[in-house]
Design a binder for this molecule. Structure first.
Ligand SMILES: Cc1ncc(COP(=O)(O)O)c(C=O)c1O
Length: 395
C-alpha cells in the first residue's frame, strides 16, 4: 500500500507539478522583495514576473481586454467577496443557486441581512443543472446580477455558462462566474459574456494556497472594498482608480504568483501552440479527459452497488471528475475515516461548504456525503485501490 491515495483534488490539487515547487523556491530566494514599491532592479524584476503572470492568466481565460484587470487576491472566497460587495448596492436583487459554495452563499446572506439586498436561490433541475428558464423566472425589476459556479464542488455538474451569459446580457444583468472547480480543468472563456470571473490558485490552476484572483471585464467597474498602499499615487488620500491598484492593496504574494506563473507555463507545455489561450485550451481538455477516465470508472463501479446512492448521474450532462455518494447505514464521516485509516485514501466527507447543494439532494441532514475527486496525477492503480476499499468497506 502507498502512503497516500489522494482523491481530494476538488479541495486542492496535490501534488503540484515539479516546476511549480522549483520556481516558487528559486524566485522567492532570488527575488523575494517587495514588488511595485521600491525602484531597485530586484523589485522591478519581481514586478515583471507579476505582470507576465497577469498577461498569462488574461490569455488563459481569453480575456481580450487590459491584462491589468487580472487582479490578485488570496483565493476564490476573497475574490467573490470583493466582487459581490464591490458591485452590489442596497436595494439590489441578486440571483444565485442552491449549488453554490458558502463563498457565495454566506456573502449573499450577509448582504441580505446587513446591507438591504435581496437574494433568490434557484434550485437545480432533475439533471443537476440550473436552467435558463428558472433563472429567467427569478428576474425582478431590481435584479442586478447573476452569480453562479461553473461546476458544482459536490456533484461535479457543469453549468452552461454560455447560455446563462446570453440570458444575463439580454436582461442587462452583471454576470459573475465562480470558476473554482473548472479553471484548469475545462476551458473558461471570458469572452462568452462573463463580466467578472473569479478563480482560486490552488485547485486546477496548480498553484499554491493563498493566491487567487479575478478578471474584471471592461463591461463593469468594481468598487474597492479595502483600501491601502499600492506603491502608486501615494499622495492621494483615496484609492487609485486604475486596475489592478484599485483592487490590490498591500503587498502581494510573490511565492504565490510565482507558483501560478510556473503552473501556467506547465499547463501550456502539455499542449504547445502559438498562443497561450490555444495551448491552455487544448491542455485543459487533455487534463479533463484524463481525470474523467478515472471518474467514469468510479461512477460505473458505484452505480451498481447495493446501498450506494450517487448524487446525480454522469448521463445528466457535462461533468468535471468530482462525484459524491452516500452508503445506506454508514455515516459519510465514518466511511471517510475508515478509508483513511485502513486504506490511506484521502477523501472529503460532509457538506463540502455547499449546504444547499446537499439540501437539493436530501443529504443535508444525515452527515452529507463522501466526495471523490481524482486529479491529473491520479494513476489507474489508485482507482483500483479505491474501488477495492469501497467494496470491502461497504459490503
Ligand atoms: C465552487 C467553489 N467556490 C469557491 C470555493 C472557495 O475556494 P477557496 O477556498 O480557494 O477560496 C470553492 C472551494 O472549494 C469551491 O469549490
Amino acid at each position: 500500500m502507498k502512503d497516500n491515495y489522494y482523491f481530494d483534488n476538488a479541495a486542492t490539487t496535490w501534488p503540484k507539478p515539479e516546476t511549480v515547487y522549483q520556481f516558487m523556491d528559486s524566485f522567492f530566494r532570488s527575488h523575494g522583495v517587495n514588488p511595485g514599491r521600491s525602484g531597485h532592479t530586484l523589485a522591478v524584476e519581481a514586478e515583471q514576473m507579476i505582470v507576465e503572470t497577469r498577461r498569462l492568466l488574461a490569455q488563459f481565460f481569453n480575456h481580450q481586454g487590459d491584462p491589468s484587470r487580472v487582479v490578485f487576491t488570496q483565493n476564490a472566497t476573497d475574490s467573490l467577496n470583493m466582487a459581490l460587495q464591490g458591485l452590489l448596492r442596497e436595494g439590489d436583487h441578486v440571483i444565485t443557486t442552491q449549488l453554490e459554495h458558502n463563498a457565495v452563499l454566506r456573502t449573499c446572506s450577509h448582504l441580505q441581512r446587513d446591507r438591504g439586498l435581496s437574494v433568490t436561490l434557484v434550485a437545480p433541475n432533475d439533471t443537476g443543472c440550473i436552467s435558463c428558464e428558472s433563472l429567467e423566472a427569478a428576474i425582478k425589476k431590481n435584479t442586478r446580477a447573476i452569480v453562479i459556479n461553473h461546476a458544482s464542488n459536490v456533484t461535479g455538474a457543469v453549468q452552461d455558462i454560455e447560455a446563462i451569459a446570453a440570458l444575463a446580457k439580454a436582461h442587462q444583468l452583471i454576470f459573475i462566474v465562480d470558476s473554482a472547480q473548472t479553471a484548469g480543468v475545462l476551458p473558461v472563456d471570458m469572452s462568452c459574456g462573463i463580466d467578472v470571473l473569479t478563480f482560486t490558485g490552488h485547485k486546477g490552476l496548480f498553484g499554491p494556497m493563498g493566491i487567487g484572483g479575478m478578471v474584471v471585464g471592461e463591461s463593469v467597474e468594481l468598487m474597492p472594498t479595502r483600501f491601502g498602499g499600492t506603491g502608486v499615487d501615494s499622495a492621494s488620500v483615496y484609492q487609485p482608480d486604475e486596475y489592478p491598484h484599485r483592487l490590490e492593496s498591500g503587498t502581494v504574494s510573490i511565492p504565490g504568483i510565482a507558483g501560478l506563473n510556473a503552473a501556467q507555463k506547465w499547463i501550456a507545455g502539455l499542449s504547445p501552440a502559438d498562443d497561450h489561450w490555444t495551448a491552455c485550451k487544448n491542455a485543459v481538455n487533455t487534463i479533463h479527459a484524463a481525470e474523467m477516465r478515472h471518474s467514469e470508472r468510479i461512477w460505473q463501479h458505484l452505480q451498481g452497488k447495493a446501498g450506494v446512492t450517487l448524487l446525480g448521474s454522469l448521463a445528466d450532462g457535462p461533468h468535471v471528475a468530482t462525484l459524491s455518494f452516500t452508503v445506506a447505514g454508514m455515516p459519510a464521516q465514518q466511511l471517510a475515516e475508515m478509508m483513511d485509516a485502513d486504506y490511506h485514501i484521502c477523501v472529503r466527507a460532509g457538506l463540502h461548504c455547499a449546504p444547499q447543494a446537499h439540501k437539493a439532494y436530501d443529504t443535508d441532514t444525515g452527515g452529507g456525503a463522501v466526495r471523490l475527486s481524482p486529479g491529473y496525477f491520479t494513476e489507474p492503480e489508485d482507482v483500483d485501490h479505491l474501488l477495492t476499499a469501497v467494496d470491502e468497506l461497504c459490503t
